[in-house]
Design a protein around this ligand. Structure first.
Ligand code: 2AL
Length: 246
């Protein structure tokens, strides 16, 4: 089974780290291919970053379709370009935020999210609403660390995340915590040990969900709105997508 893990930001060290965390949790026989777009933001911390990164995600899926890809994972907590990516393939495509929300509700009735910067909280809030998980989430918290601090000041970042998770445990009346950034993929076990609550992390959750869907031979439905896009003209820098049939 081949899972194409797309880190939507362009920081290669983060892609490698996420790929390693995914490989450690994957079943024997699962190959993780971790990539990131060639162009785009080095980290995704705003609606603008997210909009630009969604194009890169779509391009990575189109590249994956030329390989033997069985499933895709979008490894950014805003799930950028998720529905567009689903239109481009019959393989399952899983966003790490939706994977984490689903798993958290299987082990708890209420969870809080601990993300990076406070300003990205609204992105998680919109996803909770559109996926129908709002009433399961007590609070969206931020460790107030920029995404790239997870690469550059890892120990301080880990301390801040643990601090915020302990506050969530004490104040939020929750059963579990969802980590709100793909760059936290390697920290789950350490945080769970320090906090003493189930810690759900989206990259690892998505790997196990992707493996399940592939085993069950369930892929993205091509019946209705997730069918392949209609061929049409594209102009300018997207001209290469013109009249494309999938
Ligand atoms: C993210 C993420 O998961 N990767 C990234 O670059 N930005 N989102 C976040 N809330 O930190």
């Amino acid at each position: 089974m081949q899972i194409h893990l797309i880190n939507p930001n362009t920081t290669v060290s983060m892609t490698e780290k996420i790929g390693e965390a995914a490989t450690r949790i994957a079943a024997p026989g699962t190959t993780i291919v971790a990539t990131n777009p060639r162009s785009g933001p080095v980290s995704i911390e705003s609606h603008f970053d997210e909009a630009i990164s969604a194009v890169g995600v779509a391009e990575e899926v189109l590249a994956g379709e030329r390989e033997n890809t069985d499933a895709y994972i979008i490894a950014c907590f805003g799930d950028p370009g998720l529905l567009a990516a689903r239109e481009l393939t019959h393989a399952p495509v899983i966003g790490i935020a939706e994977a984490a929300f689903h798993m958290a509700t299987l082990i708890s009735t209420r969870f809080s999210i601990v993300t990076t910067l406070g300003r990205t909280g609204i992105i998680a809030e919109h996803l909770l609403q559109s996926y129908g998980f709002s009433h399961h989430c007590r609070r969206i918290r931020a460790a107030e660390i920029p995404v790239l601090d997870l690469e550059e000041s890892k120990n301080q970042a880990l301390d801040r995340i643990i601090e915020e998770c302990l506050r969530a445990k004490a104040e939020d009346n929750i059963g579990a915590i969802v980590l709100g950034c793909g760059g936290m993929a390697d920290l789950r076990q350490q945080i769970q040990k320090a906090v003493g609550l189930p810690i759900v992390e989206g990259v690892t959750a998505a790997v196990k969900l992707a493996e399940s869907l592939v085993s069950l031979q369930l892929g993205t439905s091509k019946h209705g709105d997730l069918d392949y896009p209609r061929p049409k003209a594209f102009t300018g820098q997207f001209e290469h997508l013109s009249q494309r049939t999938y």
